[in-house]
Design a protein around this ligand. Sequence first.
Ligand code: GAR
Length: 224
Amino acid sequence: MTRQRPVNSKFRPGFRIVVLISGRGTNLAAIIDAVAAGALPVELAAVVSNEPHALGIELARHAGHEVTIVRHRDFSDREHFEAALAEAIDRHNPDLVVLAGFMRILTGGFVQRYRGRLVNIHPSLLPELPGLDTHARAIAAGAEMHGATVHFVTEELDGGPIIAQAQVPVLADDDPDTLAARVLEHEHVLLPRTLAWFATRRVSLDGNRVLIDGTPALSHPLDR
Ligand code: GAR
């Protein structure tokens, strides 16, 4: 279904995002707060959860956002689940789909459908530590620096082009929980700021390279 826009030469279409979650939704809350504070010029068109009891569902509804639940367990295989997921997303005609703690691995077909329009936040300094348990693994590896990354999603797990990162030092007395909590605080800044770059059309993809205002992404400090 095509969304109707008002016919008005001064009308500048808004930047629409759909956010996918699986759990507590603190990154989603950071997005909602940034939009409310006027720091993130996007329209949060909808939230989709694959977990019917995800805590993020209530906070989204409480803030007045539509939530669709697409339970992966209701489908016989990934293809059928992803077809339903795509339908739930496409109904809202988003410019960008944001994985904010969405914990399902997506197949190549789904990723291709949203190529250049699908981003994820991951709790490590990619390409270091893709996958799960990143905080415990950072400590076990004796890493001095840890952090979070926002990246485009490709077929390779946590392997797509990097858009922005936040670095967090690992402290001598950190355990996985204290480190996770500190990284999460940075995620809550990193994700809305990165989405604001998209909303103001500053991000582009040159093959596999991310450009911000036409220059390579990782040469850009976060506070630009
Ligand atoms: C966040 O730390 C996010 O980076 C991580 O899940 C957490 C979700 O928290 N994502 C991944 O590990 C994806 N591979 P939240 O539900 O409170 O936003």
